[in-house]
Design a protein around this ligand. Structure first.
Ligand code: GTP
Length: 312
């Protein structure tokens, strides 16, 4: 595959809402507890992140201090908002400056509509871990408010926190939208799953461990990555098992690197199911879950090895 630069992804929102933190957790593999050391972003920090080997994500982390926001919306407007692929707008759920937050949000959406009318918009109600009490109610109220404020612009809203898998859930769906051959990948994954009698098969991107495709046999509820907002607005264990795996493996990889070991693969044999997580290609890991106790992990590994050339 030739090197493939994707249209810019704008990361915007008020200063301190958590934009750089989420970028560093997902793309630089930094643990969440180190994000408090990050300084405020000055102006726009452009990052070219290699994803799936040959895709280059062009991430524009836009510092959220008011002076910068005012520049983006006036003198830099056409530079910032032209040819954007995706806008990710981040709100701090605890922010008390509701009116100002909404004003900037609406102005950014209008600018995007003018210069990149086809861009996708994802809104993250972030720092959900700080909400005391009923997170679902708080999220749903905020979601409604942000959808209404967007007027006729379609937005997909997620509740996120750097402290749990909700961040992986949102970013997996965002990135899925950017992968040109995502439907083909999902189709091949389903064929592979059927061939090895797997109940579920999940494909992860190697560096970020974001979920890029998944397939489940018919009697299982499958995770449709191409649409939808989490039903509970934040994260239910059932709906985010794959993203929970992303989060756990990322932490495990981090521990491995601290002891100078490299994470390679994982096998789990528990009553009722067997799971194998292994390298599929240079840029992906695959997790295969089978419920048939007669299927040996060695057979699963062999199937993965045989499928490798098809996915490279
Ligand atoms: P600017 O660069 O000024 O635009 O800010 P920013 O949006 O990039 O914010 P930054 O990532 O620097 O985060 C500000 C603070 O929020 C840091 O201390 C982070 O540790 C904290 N933070 C980020 N995400 C979360 C989260 O999900 N939960 C909690 N509790 N704190 C978070």
């Amino acid at each position: 595959m030739a090197s493939n630069n994707l249209a810019p992804v704008l990361l915007m929102g008020k200063s301190g809402s958590g934009k750089t933190s989420m970028r560093s957790v997902i793309f630089s593999n930094n643990p969440a507890n180190l994000t408090s050391r990050l300084g405020a972003t000055i102006d726009v920090e452009q990052n070219h992140v290699r994803f799936l080997g040959d895709l280059i994500l062009n991430l524009w982390d836009c510092g959220g201090q008011e002076t910068f926001m005012d520049h983006y919306l006036t003198s830099q407007r056409s530079t910032i908002f032209r040819q954007v692929g995706v806008l990710i707008y981040v709100f701090d759920v605890e922010s008390r400056d509701r009116e100002m937050d909404l004003k900037y949000y609406q102005e950014c959406l209008q600018s995007l509509k003018t210069f990149s009318p086809d861009a996708g918009v994802f809104v993250l109600v972030h720092k959900m871990d700080l909400v005391r009490g009923d997170k679902v109610t708080v999220f749903n109220k905020k979601k409604l408010e942000l959808e209404e404020a967007a007027n006729d612009i379609p937005v997909t809203v997620f509740g996120t926190s750097i402290w749990d898998e909700s961040l992986y859930r949102a970013w997996s769906r965002i990135v899925h939208n950017l992968i040109p051959n995502a439907p083909v990948l999902a189709k091949h994954l389903a064929i592979f799953g059927e061939a090895c009698s797997a109940r579920e098969v999940v494909l992860f991107e190697r560096t970020t461990f974001l979920v890029i495709a998944s397939s489940a046999s018919i009697d299982q509820s499958s995770t449709d990555l191409s649409s939808g907002t989490p039903a509970d607005g934040h994260s239910s264990m059932l709906g985010t098992r794959y993203e929970r795996t992303s989060e756990l493996i990322k932490s495990f990889k981090h521990s491995c690197s601290r002891s100078r070991a490299e994470f390679q693969s994982l096998e789990m044999e528990l009553p009722g199911y067997t799971a194998v997580l292994d390298e599929l290609t240079r840029n992906t890991y695959i997790m295969v879950i089978v419920h048939d106790p007669t299927i040996e992990t060695a057979a699963i590994r062999m199937n993965i090895a045989l499928a490798r050339p098809k996915f490279e």
